[in-house]
Ligand binder design. Structure first.
Ligand code: ADP
Ligand code: ZN
Ligand code: ZN
Length: 834
């Protein structure tokens, strides 16, 4: 061994790691010698953080410079043999932290499925050096014996064994007597799913041995029955080359008629053995030979070719195709082409409600090449998609916004379906990102093409397309012979005067529902509010049901017989009489989906109605069950919130009814017109998607003269765009400016106000009056007992150095937060608030 290599071995390595904490920096740890060969960037490690926290960290850089201000602790454990996080992801995390003004650790924390994080659990173990059993009480000795018998136990397990709910005091006493030791077990949360199987034990996998065996137990028919049954699963038993080991058949699951005791005997004799087999949690795709292909219509073919051409010069293309034009088929065509050239594809969808139908459509084409990633997936399922991508099992993933965090290393195409959807924006926790915008960045990093699709593009994307930054492709006709629906505006004021309104329904709407039922056709009713009624009110003293923690009313939920706050989750019982004056005249005010549903059941007794909103879709399979039920015509009317407006594709829906459109239009928010247009156009688009019947959209309004209704009826996106874009330019809103919203939160209004004023004044001084608005109380100005104040910063696209302004804002925010006289003050930074 020469001098040099000796020297090399002496070098101590350090790793800079990303920790899942909201501190905007990396942390340096020492690499234990035995890890130094395997530790690489992108691996997860376990480290101690602070005094007693153990965290999952991500290795960002390995070097040999010790930190200057502190002594680096050793890395405790290395979790991966190969990187689990790609360089692309690390670059994306950093970009997001910078762009959305948060810590890279916060991005990492949200990006990594919690199944890939570690948990530490306190476990109890017998102290082998303990030799004073006489010190223990009878109860303690009993507990000790249990611990000895089981080796290691959690508190809960011990409690269960001892048949006591709370064993803490006994444990404490055992610890103080040094009879047991507590230690922390660190393990990954993800656990592969296993099922118990049995197989022939290895000695009997040789044919001769097996024959001997069969002869030897000739008299016992039950055991032989099991053996023969097992063997019958192996079609070529007589083939001498057959390796029985590979054949794993579960007899347990099919053993109803088999004798369990005979099986137990066979296992005891060592003829069969039990083992655990790992299985995937992700449902199987259809078999490859059954995969379908699609034939594009001439319009779709043209669109696909145009997109292909535009991608030669633009990295982003917007596909603006009306509802029912068959954008999905165009996507499928482009995905197929991308997959053939061996790149990865990411298909983003805004919500799980949409995935149900599209997933099954895409699975028919792409089978098990496609991974699915959605919000109702369990931690373990998410991990399996993540690992499936790392291991190359999936080449294509369809998923909701968090799918942008998956470990791609070779993306060629990203599709953002329904790109205008606001649910692409994450509000809490940080990073407060917009998945469409991140997708554009992700595409840039991978040199991948990004396709945005919508029937009602966001103003931002359409502006980018019109200005030539993005390519633009338009589809103006529905697929097949289907056409856009007819509209009927129902003037609710007039109808009421004429006595043509029952509860919340106009007679016109009711008649149309009944007619549809008679014709065996279906209807969708849209009301963008869940619950029965948004509040209760006393007719005598005007008392209103309000949340004790927030500045909002409590919604009445009839089925659960509860008042609920939709902001903080607070619940209370429904008062029988007015809590203020005792009057019995307490009424429900306004209406939500639940009221529509129950009124309809009374007004049209023969109706089969189903509700789809947050309250009816909490369980994992609720969406697909509702959608399947509707698809199979077991339901006449689907009532729902915005969940029913998007992407859904039903053959038999010929009518869509819309309630309370005025509330949508008049929402006090600069995007209200755009949003109302999108929502209305989308919900209308659910009607008449097949040529069979022309669809009809009935809109109940108290102001039928509103211009926006005319745009919606005419399907005139352009009119909406032109009017809105002029407004945005005039008032300095996106896409002409970028917005950053700062929300100051404190339980005391004065403290919040004072801090917000100082912050706004400081920012105004540096950025100028026109760029800083507020502080102003938002629509809901108290949530979870904290008062909120917003400061809105508007930055002109061309004139402002975004990065410099951001660091200036961050400095100001830090200054305010550093003032310790204001305890618990919080400032939330939201870049590009939606
Ligand atoms: P969009 O997403 O543009 O609203 P979809 O992609 O859902 O429209 O298509 C509308 C309907 O027309 C769907 O049921 C789809 O299966 C059908 N469709 C569209 N294109 C084709 C095609 N090329 N071949 C067969 N069916 C098609
Ligand atoms: Zn009252
Ligand atoms: Zn509340």
């Amino acid at each position: 061994m020469n001098q040099e290599s000796l020297f090399e071995e002496e070098i101590t390595l350090f790793a800079d790691v990303i920790l899942p904490v909201p501190v905007p920096r990396l942390f340096t740890y020492r690499v234990p010698r035995e890890m130094s060969a395997d530790l690489v960037r992108g691996c997860r490690v376990v480290v101690q953080f602070g005094k007693n926290r153990v965290l999952t960290a991500l290795v960002e850089r390995i070097h040999d410079t010790p930190p200057t201000h502190y002594t680096a602790k050793y890395i405790l454990e290395l979790l991966d043999q190969q990187p689990l996080v790609t360089s692309f992801q690390i670059a994306l995390f950093k970009w997001m932290a910078e762009y959305y003004m948060c810590a890279v650790g916060e991005v990492f924390n949200v990006a990594l499925p919690s199944g890939l994080k570690i948990t530490n659990q306190s476990k109890i173990q017998f102290n082998p050096d303990f030799d004073y059993p006489e010190l223990l009480t009878q109860e303690e000795s009993f507990l000790m014996e249990e611990v000895k018998r089981h080796g290691m136990l959690t508190y809960e397990e011990l409690g269960r064994l001892a048949e006591r709910k709370n064993v803490t005091s006994l444990i404490k006493s055992l610890i103080s007597k040094r009879a047991i030791i507590i230690f922390e077990e660190i393990k990954e949360k993800y656990q592969p799913k296993t099922i118990a199987k049995i197989r022939l034990a290895s000695p009997y996998q040789e044919t001769e041995k097996l024959e001997e065996l069969v002869k030897s137990i000739e008299k016992n028919t039950k055991q032989l029955d099991i053996i023969f049954r097992y063997l019958s699963y192996q079609p070529v038993f007589n083939n001498p080359e057959l390796n029985l080991k590979g054949v794993e058949k579960s007899i347990f699951t099919q053993s109803d008629s088999l004798s369990a005791s005979a099986l137990a005997t066979l296992i005891r004799k060592g003829i069969f053995e039990q083992f655990e087999a790992k299985v995937s949690r992700i449902a199987d795709a259809p078999p490859t030979e059954a995969l379908q292909s699609v034939e594009l219509s001439p319009g779709q073919q043209k669109a696909s070719e145009q997109i292909h051409e535009l991608f030669k010069e633009k990295s982003v293309v917007l596909l603006h195709g009306i509802t029912g034009s068959g954008k999905t088929e165009v996507f499928i065509d482009l995905i197929s082409k991308a997959l053939r050239s061996d790149v990865q594809v990411l298909y983003l969808l805004p919500e799980i409600a949409l995935t149900t139908q599209i997933v099954s459509r895409l699975q028919k084409v792409f089978g098990n090449k496609m991974g699915i990633y959605h919000s109702k997936f369990s931690d373990n399922e998410r991990v399996e998609v993540w690992k499936g991508l790392v291991e190359g099992k999936f080449q294509f993933v369809i998923g909701v916004r968090s799918a942008i965090f998956l470990p791609f290393d070779n993306l060629g195409l990203i599709i953002v379906d329904e790109e205008h959807e606001s649910s692409y924006k994450q509000y809490d926790p940080a990073p407060r990102y917009h998945a469409r915008d991140v997708a554009v960045m992700l595409g840039f990093m991978h040199k991948a093409k990004v396709l945005l699709g919508s029937a009602t593009p966001s103003l931002e994307s359409y502006y980018n397309a019109r200005s030539g930054q993005y390519g633009l492709v338009t589809m103006t006709e529905r697929y097949g012979a289907a056409t856009l629906p007819d509209f009927v505006l129902i003037d609710m004021k007039q109808e009421k005067k004429k006595g043509n309104v029952k509860e919340e329904f106009s007679t016109i709407l009711l008649d149309s529902i009944k007619k549809n039922i008679q014709n065996g056709e279906q209807s969708i009713l849209f009301q963008n509010r869940r619950g029965y009624a948004p509040w209760l009110q006393c007719e005598d003293c005007d008392w209103i049901s309000a949340c004790q923690n927030c500045d909002v009313t409590l919604t009445y939920h009839m089925r659960e017989a509860e008042l609920r706050c939709h902001y903080c989750g607070h619940r209370e019982a429904v008062p029988r009489t007015c809590p203020h004056c005792g009057s019995a005249r307490v009424r429900t005010m306004g209406y939500g989906t639940e009221k529509i549903e129950s009124q309809l059941e009374i007004l049209v007794p023969e109706v089969r109605v189903q509700r789809m909103d947050l309250d009816t879709t909490r369980s994992k399979n609720a969406y697909s069950t509702i959608i399947r039920n509707f698809e199979e015509n077991n339901v006449d009317v689907l009532v729902g919130t915005q969940m029913v407006t998007k992407g859904l594709d039903f053959d038999n829906v010929s009518m869509v009814g819309v309630f309370d459109v005025d509330r949508l239009i008049n929402f006090p928010e600069f995007r209200a017109t755009e949003r109302a247009f999108q929502l209305m156009t989308q919900v209308s688009g659910r009607a008449g998607r097949r040529a069979k019947t022309k669809g009809k959209v009935l809109i109940q309004t108290s102001n039928p003269g509103q211009e926006i209704l005319q745009w919606i009826i005419a399907g005139d996106y352009n009119a909406m765009y032109q009017t809105e874009i002029a407004e945005r330019a005039g008032f300095g809103y996106p896409p002409f400016t970028r917005l950053i919203k700062l929300t100051v939160k404190h339980e005391d209004l004065d403290t919040a106000l004072q801090a917000a004023k100082i912050l706004a004044a400081g920012l105004t001084e540096q950025l100028g009056k026109t760029r800083v608005l507020g502080p102003e109380a938002p629509l809901v100005n108290r949530v979870r007992n904290r008062f909120l104040l917003d400061i809105l910063i508007k930055l002109e696209r061309e004139k402002v150095n975004f990065r410099a302004v951001k660091s200036l804002i961050q400095e100001r925010v830090n200054e305010i937060l550093a003032d310790k006289t204001r305890k618990h003050l919080q400032i939330v930074i939201d870049v590009d608030p939606a």
